[in-house]
Design a protein around this ligand. Structure first.
Ligand code: BJW
Ligand code: ZN
Length: 242
């Protein structure tokens, strides 16, 4: 199927669906200039995830981990939502039932105006106390190293889900509910390598949803979906609404 026919197929499915769920990954923010994780230009090319994005790494060297997050904060502070993010806000407004599940921690979906949203890997603009667990917004760039909790003086950490950590139960509940009930699932800009999000496509497919993938490349999801369209999210997602 050529791209125009594939987009038309997705458009007509969206128009008929009462319940739509979307899963996004780093690819949608790549069009805003945010680096992805994997691939030739990805963050994991220069940084080792187990040295920076794991609870062990933070325990071993919190200064190093915070320095990395300060570098990311400096970069992200200059970035804005792109037409792909904005098109998903419009889709949310058009749909009777809608849920956006994002793996991205950059906060760009919320900044664009998405409200029916689970940020399942957390948010880089939030901090969590390792002592009392309180979560607070923090947009300091750079953040003071090492940041401390004003209530209990415990060490603050990024409110991000690192490898080996469990996702927030409420985010998981909302995500599974949205996957079980959707008629259409759009999977946008994720390599489909990280669990549990990597299982979301198969879950929606098993319960009978029409599943479409929008990505620059093929991924492990490409073979199981009903339609896979290759291209940039900022170009493709707005075309689903036209
Ligand atoms: C474009 C584009 C453009 C580019 N337009 N497209 C088996 C079952 C269950 C769990 C596991 C399992 N095996 C291992 C696990 C544990 C682990 C895991 O999945 N590991 C895998 C690597 C195998 N998962 C976990 O630990 C999770 N917790 C968990 O499962 O708890 C229970 C448990 C624990 C332990 C064992 C078993 C169960 C937590 C995962 C947390 C992930 N956190 C990270 C890092 C946060 C650090 C930070 O950001 O500060 O989140 S990992 C990193 O990958 C980040 C992302 O959200 C995540 C996904 O990446 P994403 O978004 O897909 O980005 P990329 O770069 O991979 O891909 C970009 C895509 O965009 C590409 O396809 C491009 O082609 C495309 N693209 N430009 C459209 N313009
Ligand atoms: Zn505290």
């Amino acid at each position: 199927m050529n791209i125009d026919a594939a987009l038309q197929d997705i458009r007509s499915r969206l128009a008929q669906a009462k319940s739509v769920t979307v899963l996004t990954g780093a690819g949608i923010s790549a069009d805003s200039g945010v680096p992805t994780f994997r691939g030739a230009e990805g963050l994991w090319k220069d940084f080792r995830p187990e040295e920076l994005a794991s609870p062990d790494a933070f325990e071993r060297d919190p200064t190093l981990v915070w320095e990395w997050y300060n570098w990311r904060r400096e970069l992200l502070a200059t970035k804005s939502p792109n037409p792909g993010h904005h098109a998903l806000v419009e889709l949310e407004q058009r749909c009777e039932r809608f849920w956006l599940i994002t793996q991205n921690v950059d906060g760009l979906h919320a900044e664009a105006g998405s409200r029916k949203l689970s940020e399942i890997h957390g948010n880089i603009w939030k901090v969590r106390c390792t002592g009392c667990g309180v979560v607070k917004d923090n947009r300091d760039v750079p953040i003071e190293i090492l940041p401390k909790c004003l209530t209990c003086h415990g060490l603050l950490r990024p409110h991000i889900v690192w490898f080996g950590e469990s996702l927030d139960p409420e985010d998981l509940h909302n995500s599974y509910e949205a996957l079980r009930s959707c008629e259409v699932l759009l999977i946008i800009g994720t390599s489909g390598m990280v669990y549990p999000a990597a299982s979301f496509g198969p879950i929606a497919k098993d319960q009978g949803a029409f599943v479409a993938e929008l990505n620059l490349d093929s991924t492990p999801n490409s073979d199981l979906v009903d339609v896979a369209v290759q291209g940039r999210a900022k170009d493709l997602v707005p075309q689903l609404l036209s």
